[in-house]
Design a protein around this ligand. Sequence first.
Ligand code: NAG
Ligand code: NAG
Ligand code: NAG
Ligand code: NAG
Ligand code: NAG
Ligand code: NAG
Ligand code: NAG
Ligand code: NAG
Length: 810
Amino acid sequence: MRHLMILMLILFSPIWGETVNSDDGRPSCSRCDLHLCCNCSYNGFTSIPVVTDQALILNLSFNNISMVTQDDLTGHVRLRVLDLHGNRLAAIHPTAFDSLWSLEELDLSDNLLTVLNHRWFSKLEILLQLNLLNNPYSTLGSPPLFLGLVRLRRLMFGGPDLKELRKEDLSGVTNLDELTVHGSNLARYDSGTFGNIWPLGSVILSLYGPLLTQPMMAAALLDDVCNPETQITLLDIHLKESFSIQPFKESIRRIRNLSVHNLLISDEATVSLMALIDGVPLRSLSIVGLTLTGEGRWETTNWTDLRSMDEFSVSDVTILDVLKFAMTVELKFLFQYQKKISFINSKMFLLSCYLTKLMVNTQYLDVSDNLLTDLTLSYMVCDDVETLQKLRVLNISGNPLKSLSALSHLATKLTRLTHLEVSRTGYSSMPPSCSWPSTLRYLNISRAKLTTTTPCLPKSLQVLDLSYNELKEFVLVLPFLRELHLSGNKFLRLPPGGSYPNLQTLTIQSNTLNIFGLSDLQSYRRLENLEAGYNKFVCSCEFVTFLRSQLVGSGDIKIKDGKHSYVCDSPLYLQGVAVGQVNLSIIQCQPVLFVSVSCGVALFLGMLLSVLLWRCHTFWYLKMTWAWLKAKRESQQRRRQRNMEGSEPLLSYDAFVSYSERDASWVENFLVPEMEEQSDTDSVNPTAPLTLCLHKRDFLPGHWIMDNIMTAIERSRRAVFVLSENFVQSDWCRYELDFSHFWLFEAGGDAAILILLEPLSKDAIPKRFCKLRKLMSSTTYLEWPQEEDRRPEFWRSLRNALKRDDEQEN
Ligand SMILES: *[C@@H]1O[C@H](CO)[C@@H](O)[C@H](O)[C@H]1NC(C)=O
Ligand SMILES: *[C@@H]1O[C@H](CO)[C@@H](O)[C@H](O)[C@H]1NC(C)=O
Ligand SMILES: *[C@@H]1O[C@H](CO)[C@@H](O)[C@H](O)[C@H]1NC(C)=O
Ligand SMILES: *[C@@H]1O[C@H](CO)[C@@H](O)[C@H](O)[C@H]1NC(C)=O
Ligand SMILES: *[C@@H]1O[C@H](CO)[C@@H](O)[C@H](O)[C@H]1NC(C)=O
Ligand SMILES: *[C@@H]1O[C@H](CO)[C@@H](O)[C@H](O)[C@H]1NC(C)=O
Ligand SMILES: *[C@@H]1O[C@H](CO)[C@@H](O)[C@H](O)[C@H]1NC(C)=O
Ligand SMILES: *[C@@H]1O[C@H](CO)[C@@H](O)[C@H](O)[C@H]1NC(C)=O
């Protein structure tokens, strides 16, 4: 029953979708990564979820947490970062953070805290960064909040509701890297509140209201933070009349580095401001978001002394009354001293020679993201007067430029130029040749529309960026080039390295490279860093093997862009697989080797088998068995036929003579004459001639030799074997012998007669002729005598042996 209740409780829990901790109904969050960084933001939590005690970073931003109770964070002794930005926190228990001994960063910004309590921070002794921005508290409260935070380096507080800053509010804060105060509605500032913080690296102030309505108070505040070492950033300033400048009157002399974000200024205020900064040691002035409400009537400012100012940068300029705006003042005062000048994104369509010839000290000029065209840009250099002779860096990116030859024409006049950046322009082609200042080292034409490159590019370049164009190849010789950037083009191959003997860095990501190999890389003699990911790699074995070895850093070249960016595009079954993950088998990788090795092995085995079979005379045995079977069958057939006809076996020869061709002369000269002719030598007992069957003479032409042999043997009463070395060598004889042996066996008589033409020891006969060997031991054989007088004796014996049975009986 209890279980059912718990189940119901879980099922109908209002915080559906979160895991519910069974202890006290708190949700839990387990989205922690390997580094124990738990990202629980955007999860709809309404209270602090249960998270592992081991967490180092706990991000609870953008939830709907309304309070932090006493126990919510107990046990998180390892937590370093706690982010509660963007919740609906209205209450935090005084001891809620007490167990967070390791906390270095706490973000409570964008919540609903109306009161701040010093007890929250009393145990956070090593806190480095605290963000209390944009909560509806009107004071920091007392006792002083930050008293115990001796290691605090970055502090952000304030918001639209902050009304008061009292002298003791910042006690305990002694030095800061960064202080951010939003006091747009600040009504009270006790002079000296920020005065004890030193050093102070950077101050970001939003003092919109005070600057307009309480200049004395704002001045006091600025006075406290403005030091030569401190970088001052002012947000949202509206300077309408001359007296709005008053707050800066004292402090401006102590500022070296001033940055203003979102400045709205009238002509009157501009003139006053110029008067104010006349002769001050301000080194750097940067304005991001400048809105000019006047008509440019700054005549009286022409004597302003800005000789201390090295850098002047303005971006995102808006002129409200652009039709009436006409800068009538001679701007020499503004430009003659600066080393660095930037006019970025300011809708500037003309940079006239009149202006640039004032820039006698300018080394760096950035006019990116304006409306300069080839024509209006050409006015940048005067024809008669030397202009911009100290310029080293020129950035005209993001202007609607089209002609690279116009640019080159312009650049030649800038004799010290080393860096030229013309990204995001409309260059689509290159003239065949161009001239450039000999000093040019760095050229950036990325994100243009170039389709080809020509020797227009200067040989002196050390860094060349042609990323994100439409190039297919790059074959220029640039002997001094150290960095080449070709990402985002349409390269199929790496450019030939021989043309860039000094190249150290090559980036060629996001092209259509299929493959590259060691030889490609080796052609670059000095290459150290390569980025070639996000290409359409064909994962051949060669490539995979090569790249893997490169990725683990076995070569001299570092692959900078990480394994994950090298992904196979083909073959299809490997598409999307990281090259490091590909496993290819040997069959895929070495097909030629594989086939040749397997063929070789097969051939070797075949040969081995053949040798083995040959050694065992298997072929001979097979041939013999086959012939034997065939002969047996056929002879049986014939016999059956004869039996049916009732006739006697047809014997037409007395003997079949089996001999080797090489012994034919003996057979023809001795045997045949002696046997087949009427013998007169022995007149006492004249013998009838015998008929012999000789294959040479008696075989029917046209019949198969096997058949001939078989019929011959069948039709002969006896078989005479003329044995000699020659006989043993000849296969046919062997066959005949074999067959006859079978026949003998069948016939059951001693039908075989062996004649030894030469002494032939039994051992000289190969072992496989076991039948012949057997025959030689079982049957008496006749030896052909070499002595002439013993021959009649031999013939007699032979004749006896060949005698017909009936004759013998007689
Ligand atoms: C944390 O998670 C949220 C929601 O899933 C996601 O939108 C956000 O980008 C993540 N933040 C970080 C820093 O990873
Ligand atoms: C927080 O709650 C409000 C209403 O109570 C809701 O509109 C909002 O979407 C919630 N925010 C999140 C991140 O869940
Ligand atoms: C917490 O998450 C938000 C949104 O995901 C992110 O903007 C913020 O930087 C993260 N905070 C920290 C400390 O990482
Ligand atoms: C001014 O401060 C900005 C931001 O801290 C810094 O980048 C810049 O180098 C500083 N300029 C000078 C001249 O000190
Ligand atoms: C400023 O301009 C006035 C007239 O407009 C001129 O008389 C005066 O010499 C100029 N001063 C300087 C320093 O250029
Ligand atoms: C303009 O080019 C220079 C030199 O390359 C560079 O330092 C600067 O950041 C560029 N400016 C912009 C706005 O990209
Ligand atoms: C070239 O310019 C682009 C865009 O302005 C920039 O992102 C890139 O880093 C520059 N290249 C080099 C090598 O500085
Ligand atoms: C290749 O093998 C490795 C380890 O043996 C494995 O992690 C990986 O998933 C395999 N890759 C593919 C595409 O099967």
